[in-house]
Design a protein around this ligand. Structure first.
Ligand code: ADP
Ligand code: MG
Length: 635
């Protein structure tokens, strides 16, 4: 028999090639998953007793023959009768093709590599395709051929065993699909967790020989014999048919999860912190395991770690739009037949199933974290540093997650102690509430650089938080918005007396005129582009000069640096500091009273340098000069 596949599809083959060029490797996934489908159908029929007797070996096999330039996908599934080939291959498989052409004519954006073209994707890589198939029913076997034009041939043949063999005559420009390593890599990518065993070539195994022995040293100067180790070839099975995510959580141990993690990411040697096993069947179907990796201070730019499967068939590892942005920091597997795969990304984002799945995952993640916070507090604190940035990112980008996370977010102070938000507020309230009844949270972003400020603030009885993630400035804004009468201030944002504004004033030792005389003397010695001189009435045993940096200006600059665009105005402002002069300090009085101009200059220099030094701002040549000047003074 001969015929035409479908008149309207006249030009489909060049289009398949062109549109799917970058993704043409998915033909293998399509053909193997058809073979798996056919095998599973057979198993179902057998379990219902509609197919009688032994099913035999059901392993799906992939073969390449570089001489004949063919790649074959062979199964022992239900097979097809001549009528079925007519119906499913000649007619049905192509009915969507004209729609496809219409739909994607003007599409510019990337499409997920799954177009529902199924069987016909074979023509992306093959000049011609043959089908040999024999149905489980008594119908005669069929041989079908098509050379890529819309005409085909179909005739009876003498295939004797049940199942289907698809033979691809690989095109000259697709020779890579005849290379064993290339095909192996693709099978490992797309078919690694398919539910029926898939065989491809052979692999070596070293075993004890049953017949031969060899002599080895017995360790006591003599010889002993043992079975010879011999290389044995065995069929190479490329997939794990029962991946962990398809099992029930109760049947898996902590080690099973870890082993599965390493199976997923053979090149990643770090252990995951913990995982969430997803298992939903209503109102949508979703299984999967999400692992929490250690997330350090920066957000991993390589986020595409979550793999998306559809009934154990790999679809993509780019899950943007399917899971919320912050969840892309997680690793693992999601498997759902309910995520539409043959559509564009912008459509995905508005799909209601995708939205439901996304918010379900988000909720499960919050549940897990809250449960750990409540029931395994000690362990949760141990893991906190590694997941904190993840939680902060989630709170900043997902409203529902934020509401949940406010309950389990942990503050860590510079002594390494952890507190819930509510507990911490209660603890600092008595000492750290200012004259307007605002609770002031003092934080440090670097305990080494800000050491002198921390020491000072601690001596006042204040508690200092350690907030050192890249998201800190954004996150602080969020907390200030979230709770009224809350103010965050970095420990070096002001002199300690003013960190938490109270009403009590310290009497000033220098008069207004004296201060006006002093100011230009100091200004003459500093870099005015970066420093502003401020007179302040501090305790006489405080430092004579202190460097501070305005909280708001610094925070805006930091936010501009991490958010890009929009806030560039702040990002481009020069770094500005205040040089706070303690007008009650005896050394400042000494500067004012010094008659020798050189000596006065030297003293101002020495004092400003000391202040810079305490803030880690004295560097390079200025630092060298300071050391030399100090030696001269001691001499
Ligand atoms: P889909 O798999 O989405 O149905 P395909 O184009 O991949 O679309 O396949 C079309 C149909 O051809 C299948 O539904 C099935 O009925 C039939 N078919 C394809 N491959 C095989 C096979 N290896 N064994 C039996 N039937 C097959
Ligand atoms: Mg298919």
């Amino acid at each position: 028999m001969q015929g035409n596949i479908n008149v309207q599809t006249e030009n489909i083959f060049p289009v398949i090639k062109k549109f799917l060029y970058s993704d043409h490797e998915i033909f293998l996934r399509e053909l193997v998953s058809n073979a798996i489908d056919a095998t599973q159908k057979l198993k179902t029929l057998s379990s219902r007793n509609e197919v009688k007797g032994e099913l035999g070996d059901l392993t799906v096999e992939i073969k390449i023959d570089s001489e004949a330039k063919t790649l074959s996908v062979i199964d022992h599934g239900v097979g097809m009768t001549g009528d079925e080939v007519e119906k499913y291959i000649n007619q049905i498989a192509f009915s969507g093709a004209t729609d496809f052409l219409e739909k994607y004519k003007d599409v510019q954006e990337n499409l997920i590599g799954h177009f529902g073209l199924g069987f016909y994707s074979a023509f992306m890589v093959a000049d011609s395709v043959e089908i040999f198939t024999k149905s489980y029913s008594d119908a005669p076997a069929v041989h079908w051929t098509c050379d890529g034009s819309p005409s085909f041939t179909m005739e009876e043949c003498d295939k004797s065993d049940r199942g289907t063999a698809i033979v691809l005559h690989i095109a000259d420009d697709c020779k890579e699909f005849l290379e064993e390593q290339q095909v192996l890599q693709l099978l490992r990518k797309y078919c690694r967790f398919m539910p029926i065993a898939i065989r491809f070539g052979e692999e070596s195994e070293w075993v004890d020989s049953e017949t031969e022995t060899e002599e080895i040293d017995d360790g006591k100067g003599g010889k002993t014999s043992r079975p010879k180790r011999v290389e044995q070839k065995k069929p190479r099975i490329i997939n794990n048919t029962e991946p962990a995510w398809r099992k029930t959580p109760a049947s898996l141990s902590a080690d099973d999860y870890k082993n599965f993690y390493h199976e997923l990411y053979p090149m990643n040697f770090e252990e995951p912190l913990f995982q969430i096993h997803l298992n939903v069947d209503y109102p949508f179907n979703l299984t999967g395991i999400l692992f929490f990796p250690k997330i350090r201070k920066t957000i991993d730019p390589n986020r595409n770690k979550i793999q998306l499967y559809c009934n154990q068939v790999f679809v993509t590892d780019s899950v943007e739009g399917i899971v919320p942005d912050y969840l892309m920091l997680l690793h693992g597997v999601l498997d759902s037949p309910d995520i539409p795969l043959n559509v564009s990304r912008s459509y995905l984002q508005s799909d209601s199933n995708v939205k439901k799945i996304s918010s379900h995952i988000s909720k499960k993640v919050a549940d897990k974290l809250e449960e750990m916070f409540k029931n395994e507090r000690e362990d949760f604190e141990k893991k906190w540093d590694d997941i904190k940035i993840f939680v902060e990112y989630g709170m900043l980008t997902d409203e529902d997650f934020k509401k949940r996370a406010l309950k389990f977010y942990l503050f860590k102070n510079t002594d390494g102690k952890y507190y819930s938000l509510a507990d911490y507020r209660d603890m600092i309230k008595p000492l750290q509430t200012d004259k307007d009844n605002t609770v002031c949270y003092i934080y440090s972003t670097d305990t080494t650089e800000q050491h002198s400020y921390i020491a000072k603030a601690k001596s006042k009885g204040y508690d200092i938080l350690l907030m050192d993630s890249v998201l800190t400035p954004h996150f602080i804004n969020l907390l200030e918005r979230e709770e009224e009468k809350t103010h965050f201030v970095r420990v070096d944002a002001d002199v300690v007396e003013k960190l938490i504004p109270h009403d009590d004033n310290i009497p000033e030792k220098l008069t207004k005129e004296q201060q006006d005389t002093l100011k230009p003397i100091i200004e003459a010695e500093i870099d005015k582009e970066h420093y502003t001189v401020q007179m302040a009435s501090l305790e006489s045993d405080d430092q004579p000069m202190v460097i501070t940096q305005d909280e708001w200006m610094r925070r805006y600059k930091e936010m501009a640096a991490t958010s890009g665009g929009g806030m560039n105005f702040y990002g481009e402002m020069p770094e500005r500091y205040n040089l706070v002069v303690n007008i009650n300090h005896p050394l400042i009085e000494q500067v004012l009273n010094e008659q020798d101009a050189d000596k006065q200059k030297q003293l101002v220099h020495q004092l400003t340098d000391l202040a810079l030094l305490a803030n880690g701002l004295l560097k390079g040549e200025a630092l060298t000069q300071f050391v030399q000047r100090s030696i001269d003074i001691i001499k």
